[in-house]
Ligand binder design. Sequence first.
Ligand code: ADP
Ligand code: ASP
Ligand code: MG
Length: 405
Amino acid sequence: MALIVQKYGGTSVANTERIKNVARRIARYHQRGDQLVVVVSAMSGVTDGLIRLAKEITPLPNERELDMLLATGEQQTIALTAMALHALGIPAVSLTGAQAGIVTDGIHTKARIRNITPKAVRELLNAGSVVIVAGFQGETPDGQITTLGRGGSDLTAIALAAALKADLCQIYTDVDGVYTADPRIVPTARKLEEISYDEMLELASLGAKVMQSRSVEFAKKFGVVFEVRSSLNDNPGTIVKEETKSMEGIVVRGVSLDKNQAKVTLVGVPDRPGVAARIFRALADAAINVDMIVQNISHGDGPPTTDLSFTVDKADLAKARHVIEGLQPELGFRQILAHENIGKLSIVGVGMKSHSGVAARMFEVLAREGINIDMISTSEIKISVVIDLARAEHAMRAVHAAFLG
Ligand code: ADP
Ligand code: ASP
Ligand code: MG
């Protein structure tokens, strides 16, 4: 008998047929004698639909109210999944994030889990029930509903697996596992048998939405080994775990493309100490994640000014603009430009630590395709470039072909 945490994403519970299918899989494990905690997402498209409704009311919805709204998506699926299990004669109880003991900080729409007290979950398991938990949501210590950032049901599952010391954590989705690239964009992508936390974390942060990056961070911190696999078949998936020696032999493990970034350029920013600190502090205080930053050399005849570009999530663009506009009177830059037509293409692999010439090779591939590089950033195990969105998928296929065949 094992304690298993399973997570089913939006497409796996997209309609009542799929929910019944999920229930049959859960029933198989239950009948084997396993204890099951099942985390479900909202039905596919529901969270997006709710965000759309909010934006029809106002472009910058109050974030507490947005969380109140978004949390309803998962609440539908937990109840429907429990009903589907009842129909199969399996005892099951649904719990909201709060009822499952998931306590977060108060950063609405991107809350971080502070701690989990899964008392109710344990009691229900001991009573023989399958426990269905709403993904993506939690509650602050003073009872406010929060959500954990897009894709946050992955985090709910991994955090519950850590808190319950589960024997197995399975992330069920609509692909067979983690591939060398998004198989929807790169048809020649291959499924990986295993991948290290660090590589998965980079791929996820750089656009491979198969796992939420925060959930991988959490898994690494608490040593939760998990498997990404399909809810539509029984193929073995991809194991995500600590790096092993043999993983270093491969230079590039995967390629990812982030189409959800926007570039903000501040034109004519005074070039004096403290200005960058002021700008990025204000963005940080508004919980806006800034990724790449590029500052040009100073220009102009009078007091030196410079142009400063950085990237943020498209979802944060309106908020970032608002924050920056607020600094205008104080800093006196000339103009704010926003570009949404960018793509961030990255290659990732722990083997890069011990191989040289990888960046040069990537840039040569892009040059051969006539693709201009707008921004570059690197770390020990990844190289990212910002390029024109219109050519980004083509670039991804070319780079994948060069490194991964
Ligand atoms: P879920 O609703 O189950 O959470 P997501 O849509 O969030 O599923 O993530 C699964 C999707 O991630 C796949 O359908 C695939 O298109 C995409 N994806 C992006 N990069 C990769 C990758 N490297 N390997 C597998 N899938 C990927
Ligand atoms: N329903 C949420 C989203 O669409 C959480 C999740 O699916 O993991 O982002
Ligand atoms: Mg997801």
